[in-house]
Unconditional design. Sequence first.
Length: 309
Amino acid sequence: MGGGNAATQHQTGYLAAEGFEAQLEQELGRDSIRGRHGRLLLTSAPPRPAAWAANIWYDPVEIEFESISQAASALRAKQRNWALYPQRLHRRASLIRDKLPHVSAKPLPFPVPLPKAPLGSWTLLDANRLLAAARCSSAFANGAIAFVENKSAPPNRAYLKLWEALTLVDRRPQPGELCLDLGASPGGWTWVLQSLGARVIAVDRAPLDPDIAALPRVEHRAMSAFALEPRDIGPVEWLCSDIACYPAKLLELVERWLKSGLVRNLVCTIKFQGDTDHEAAARFAAITGSRLMHLHHNKHELTWIRLGA
């Protein structure tokens, strides 16, 4: 065996967001999948965007080994930092991981810069073979990011989605910028934007949590986000939406704002009611300059982001 490598040309691995393996399989197309290891789906094609993938493994290779030490040495020879995707032979995998440099997975404070160091991913295929990718799409182990949570100020846990989205794009509202929070009640996203120093117009028929409504730089407009015309607000730096609505309706709203030319950056949650609307998701993904992803803190929903220059 002796630690030799065997690579499949153009092989790409897609690690499904936990609980959404079916959505990733549908997005990739069942006929394209050439192997499965738990949530990790392998294809023999070049990498492509995949919203339902928590992490994409670029050019993974199989490594044969005879001992725990040999496996760890083979990984260290490729690069320093590795994250284990545990899906079988957990004890043996843990022994290999323990011989690799420690990669912290402790919760992070917000705001925090996006990690710059490369982070590879690996998993055991059997007792003497592992699959490893030195390059991956996510800077976090298995695409999962944990924050030091604020359990007193925000009115619900929805704020974690906006924290994660802003962390992943490594950009956030600046003090004094005007932000629009559509579908704001009870105010979790408004709290995030206001805490960054921004001015916030929170739009929702339902009231904000009283503590959020009382914050400085927060204005509540008790109306439907869909009845709001861009010209009624004027230029905004950030449009944020966590509205519970059908994806097609959200797309109409987004297109109206983009056409107006009055918005610079957009962060929107696309929520699915019943079956996943892959067609609507693809229409969002096709908007020039945008990203579509499943956040670690998303449920049956995707997050769509478009940043201005």
